[in-house]
Design a binder for this molecule. Structure first.
Ligand SMILES: Nc1ncnc2c1ncn2[C@@H]1O[C@H](COP(=O)(O)OP(=O)(O)OP(=O)(O)O)[C@@H](O)[C@H]1O
Length: 334
């Protein structure tokens, strides 16, 4: 059953220095639920990391309330918090002389003590975390030899080994290649479903978040934080307004953003299926709007199957068959 894990009321976040206070965001009132993957989106510098660090008690709030499992987060001891909240930050840690398995084992320290020895059950949990993130091949490597993406996966496994009901992650997909981004987001989503964990992460991977997250938080300097399912945010117009820029359009049919390529030419395109779609895409990428609805003297026939040739009917020229999209684009250039 979904529960309100973290309740935030009129929260202000930012930084105190000797001379003044830098307010990053204020009047944040919202709730994070268990069994859900919540993704925090927002432009560079808007305050995502500051919010994550404040929610995980790594830095003090300026004002307002943060209740974790119905108790003010300030009232928890560090030890208590380490069994409830696991945090994965983007900061690169300079860890030397430690293997991946040992580092993930440190996720067990809330239960064993910092230098504590891992028992049989702890070791089983570590292996389980390694298997969940699919990094068996890295387990015996030394941490300082890993790539950024590999290290990111290891830090996620460490958080999983910590077995906390709440996990905060600051840009967990930042250094990952596309398949790994999808894999990690799906894994985190799956975990919320199977273990009822509360997972809250910041990301710039908009498309992935819109397709995988249960809830989206849009953070904006002027509008503050808007929250909801990706679909409700789309229907209310928040999403399209949030990322409104020249050249980006929000497609209500797919609920995703797409690049609005500008075009200065139009051409009739016939054919069907995948080949038609790919030829149309390539032409638009090159400033030519093509489609079966367009009336023009020249025409391109993309054929009916992937194997069919593409035929170019340029006015005043005999029909010309081309074998690839690349060749078609070259013909249109000349
Ligand atoms: N220690 C600090 N002291 C003062 N200001 C800070 C500190 N750390 C960050 N800031 C400022 O707070 C604001 C929010 O920064 P934050 O790192 O939270 O943004 P972000 O949304 O995570 O950005 P990005 O997407 O680029 O990672 C920025 O203006 C940043 O310069």
């Amino acid at each position: 059953m979904k529960e309100a894990t973290i309740q935030i009321k009129d929260l202000s976040i930012g930084y105190h220095s000797k001379s003044d206070t830098k307010l990053v965001a204020s009047h944040i009132t919202t709730t994070i639920y268990s069994g859900e993957l919540t993704c925090l989106l927002g432009a560079n510098g808007v305050g995502k990391s500051t919010l994550l660090r404040t929610l995980s008690a790594f830095q003090p709030r300026l004002s307002g309330e943060i209740a974790l499992l119905s108790r003010d987060i300030q009232d928890y001891s560090d030890k208590e918090l380490s069994t409830i909240v696991g945090v994965v930050l983007t900061d690169k840690c300079d860890i030397r002389n430690m293997s991946v398995r040992e580092l993930i084992g440190m996720g067990r320290s809330p239960y064993t003590g910092f230098w504590g020895r891992l028992g049989k059950e702890d070791r089983r949990i570590v292996e389980e975390a390694i298997a969940m993130v699919r990094i068996e091949s890295l387990a015996s490597r030394m941490v300082h030899t890993l790539s950024d993406g590999e290290r990111q996966k290891v830090m996620i496994a460490k958080a999983l080994a910590q077995e906390t009901p709440v996990i905060f992650l600051d840009e967990p997909t930042a250094f990952l290649d596309f398949p790994s981004k999808v894999e990690i987001m799906q894994l985190l989503h799956h975990l919320t479903r199977t273990t009822n964990k509360t997972i809250f992460l910041s990301t710039h991977d908009l498309e992935l978040a819109l397709q995988i997250a249960d809830k989206i938080w849009l953070m904006d300097k002027v509008k503050g934080i808007s929250t909801g399912t990706p679909e409700d945010l789309a229907l209310s117009g928040y999403l399209s307004g949030f990322f409104a820029r020249k050249g980006i359009v929000f497609d209500m049919e797919t609920g995703l953003f797409r690049i609005d390529n500008r075009y200065d030419r139009e051409i009739r395109l016939t054919g069907s299926g995948q080949k038609y779609a790919m030829v149309r895409k390539a032409l638009l990428r090159n400033g030519i709007h093509a489609g079966c609805e367009i009336e023009s003297e020249s025409r391109i026939d993309a054929g009916e199957t992937v194997e069919s040739p593409i035929t170019l009917y340029l006015s005043g020229n005999p029909p010309r068959q081309v074998a690839s999209v690349e060749e078609l684009l070259m013909c249109l250039e000349t």
